[in-house]
Write a protein that binds this ligand. Structure first.
Ligand code: TYM
Length: 332
């Protein structure tokens, strides 16, 4: 069948429960795309193997992430939702692309440098070649766009470099994808150390899990680090904590940052933090209710996963077949 709409791919690692950063930097934007693009949203469980996990927990997190995708509003009638490990062409293409990627370019990846500092006891080859698997994820589906938070921009850029290198040798095999990064909320910061990105590997007070209860959310926002001034003003350099909270509030309430600032003229930091916490809790509550409902429906989850993998595989096999022929893998 002819591809009519532009195509989009993105994914999340199932290491722990997604954070408010994932929601704001990624899911919120994916949601806006599912009507106008052919979207694939993947649970990239193979990427999670680059750090040590308990097997049962990883499996549980992967299932929970699929349920959360559905709860956020991704509609399996409109987009393809699936587990990376169910489509073997991800790993197959990744191997081939490894042979077209240089050690030098991989060693310049910021995430590799950060993660190898954090996991100095386990700097495995998978951590190093992680961006190549990510390139395979994207290039398998010949997508035009990859909506991500700012931290993944470099990985989409290396994907473009690998694709261009491959195309220069073999002709137009891969579509060159573009990263899509929103102007507001592309980098949500930690609540406890607002100079750092919000991440599930933070200490718990620094991040909001998408499944935190209303009480926990409000109490974490009440303790959020701000500054010694009194004015709620957007200035990420001078006031990183307040600016981060304003960004979150603006996204949660669909207001511009300017209008968000106006809401808090003359309001002290206590009232401001409480309002941000409430806005977040209000947004997450219906998602959490839906998540709990879907998690109980094993049959539905299985059918979404099976159907998604089948659809993804159909596209992936085509691209992989073409690549295997181009590079000269045996055909008989
Ligand atoms: P991951 O699982 O770390 O995050 C999923 C998405 O959430 C975004 N994000 C954030 N955005 C704003 N502020 C934050 N604090 C924040 N934290 C996370 C990420 O930018 C991402 O868009 N390598 C990827 C997963 C991946 C992928 C892919 C993405 C694998 N293959 C192919 C796109 C295309 C990752 O670890 O994302």
């Amino acid at each position: 069948m002819q591809q009519v709409k532009d195509r989009v791919f993105s994914g999340t690692q199932p290491t722990g429960v997604p954070t408010l950063g994932n929601y704001v930097g990624a899911y919120r934007n994916w949601l806006k795309m599912q009507d106008d693009y052919d979207c694939l949203f993947c649970v990239v469980d193979m990427h999670s193997l680059t750090v040590r996990n308990d097997a049962a927990e990883l499996r549980k997190n992967a299932k929970s992430l699929l349920a959360l995708y559905l709860a956020v509003g991704f509609d399996p009638e409109k987009c393809i939702l699936y587990f990376q490990s169910h489509v073997p062409e991800h790993a197959q293409l990744s191997w081939i692309l490894n042979c077209y990627t240089y050690m030098g370019e991989l060693s310049r990846m910021t995430q590799f440098k950060d993660k190898s500092a954090k996991h100095s006891e386990n700097i495995n080859a998978g951590l190093f070649t992680y961006p190549v698997l990510m390139a395979a994820d994207i290039l398998l589906f010949n997508v035009q766009y990859v909506p991500v938070g700012e931290d993944q921009k470099q990985h989409v850029e290396i994907t473009r470099d690998i694709a261009e290198r491959f195309n220069n040798i073999y002709g137009d095999v891969f579509t060159i994808p573009k990263p899509l990064i929103s102007n507001v909320g592309a980098r949500i910061m930690s609540l406890s150390v607002p100079e750092n990105k919000m991440s599930k590997s933070d200490d718990a007070s620094g991040y909001i899990s998408m499944l935190d209860t209303t009480d926990v959310i409000i109490s974490k926002f009440k303790k959020a680090v701000t500054d010694s001034e009194k004015e709620v003003r957007y200035d990420p350099k001078a006031k990183p904590g307040v600016s981060n909270l304003l960004t979150i509030y603006s996204v949660m309430t669909d207001k511009s940052v300017k209008d968000a600032e106006k809401d808090f003229e003359g309001v002290g930091y206590g009232g401001f933090k409480l309002a941000v916490g409430e806005a977040v809790a209000d947004k997450l509550k219906p998602i959490q209710d839906e998540y709990n409902r879907i998690m109980d429906d094993k049959v539905y989850l299985e059918s979404v996963s099976k159907d998604g993998a089948q659809k993804a595989r159909k596209i992936a096999m085509k691209t992989y077949g073409k690549v295997a022929r181009k590079v000269g893998l045996a055909q008989i």
